[in-house]
Design a protein around this ligand. Structure first.
Ligand code: PEP
Ligand code: MN
Length: 334
């Protein structure tokens, strides 16, 4: 059960309410976010929702069985819209296209990518400055200096930045330069990082773990939400299976399931999802057909020379083709 408290609830009413819940043997967990104050209740047996709804200080009460509470679609009438406050939104009526290199490498690379994004009216540029690499000897990103350059270039063109944060200590220095924090697959269950991201007022996109289940992804989102941040996006990026022919198995079943279970926007990353450049476009289109609220695509002016993930990175003419086909498909299915 989720109890939404009245905005102006006073301390006395609040404690009386908690006493009443105690009296009925209902355990509760207070949650305060950017948008409201809630009591997340986990009653063991049955309870009379009418008796609870009558208590003072309550705006609304929702029966949410199951273990995902705040991210569940069972209590929010409307789907979550991520609003950047300047006319840019992500949500059911605003498909989010995010594209750019796996890693930020140079000023020339940022300039070339931005030109390509502006040409297509794309609002979000991706690019890692902190790269989780399997080998410690691989390129691990340009760090905060790279992010500052990335931000300077993007803000001049009105393009927003999505980039990965790998640990809590990076959040504060990165904050002035980031529009969406990406939690990578390897950090999907780094609960300390998720809680720290819950304490800031900035959208967070959580990628599904490398061997993560759908429920585990939802629990990860629940961690951020219950820590205070409702501005959340989920990302399907492929999971590890027995199949060795491609890099990951893009689980498009996750798209309708996540959208049914939660009110959060679902973004698909077909680049990591299949890991093979020539197959990224069809998988991107399949993601749109499956109901994705957006795509995150790796793109580079010269993928062969990309510092990371070149094998799955589209060149500019392939990105042109993708944009054209996504436009046609969205027209057809909406
Ligand atoms: C990336 O986006 O470049 C990345 C490292 O993604 P993932 O965490 O899904 O592997
Ligand atoms: Mn990558």
């Amino acid at each position: 059960m989720i109890i939404q408290l009245k905005k102006n609830i006073d301390a006395t009413t609040n404690s009386k309410l908690k006493e009443a819940l105690d009296g009925q043997g209902i355990p509760f967990y207070p949650v305060s976010t950017q948008l409201g104050n809630y009591l997340i209740c986990t009653p063991k047996g049955d309870f009379d929702i009418r008796r609870i709804g009558q208590l003072a200080g309550i705006m609304d009460v929702h029966r949410v069985s199951g273990n995902h509470k705040m991210v569940s679609d069972k209590w929010k009438v409307d789907r979550t819209i991520i609003d950047f406050g300047d006319g840019v939104q992500i949500g059911p009526n605003d498909f989010a296209m995010m594209a750019g290199p796996c890693s930020i490498e140079s000023e020339e690379q940022i300039d070339a990518t931005l030109e390509q994004l502006v040409k297509h009216g794309v609002k979000f540029m991706r690019g890692g400055v902190y790269k989780p690499r399997t080998s410690p000897y691989s390129f691990r990103g340009l760090g905060i200096e790279g992010l500052k350059l990335f931000h300077q270039k993007c803000s001049a063109k009105g393009i927003k930045i999505i980039t990965e944060v790998m640990e809590s200590s990076q959040i504060e220095p990165m904050l002035p330069y980031v529009d969406i924090f990406q939690v990578g697959a390897r950090n999907s269950q780094n609960f300390n990082l998720l809680e720290a991201l819950g304490e800031i007022d900035r959208p967070v996109m959580i990628k599904r773990g490398i061997s993560g289940s759908i429920d585990e992804l939802l629990y990860s989102a629940e961690y951020v939400f219950k820590s205070g941040n409702e501005k959340l996006l989920l990302c399907e990026r492929g999971i590890r299976t027995f199949e060795q022919v491609y890099r990951n198995t893009l689980d498009l079943n996750a798209v309708p399931i996540l959208k049914e279970k939660s009110h959060l926007p679902v973004i698909v990353d077909p680049s990591h999802g299949i890991g093979i450049r020539r197959h990224v476009i069809p998988m991107a289109l399949a993601s749109v057909a499956a109901g994705a609220d957006g795509l995150i695509i790796e793109m580079h002016q010269n993928p062969e020379k990309a510092a990371t993930d070149g094998q799955q990175t589209l060149d500019f003419s392939q990105f042109d083709e993708l944009m054209r086909k996504v436009g046609v498909l969205r027209e057809l299915i909406h």
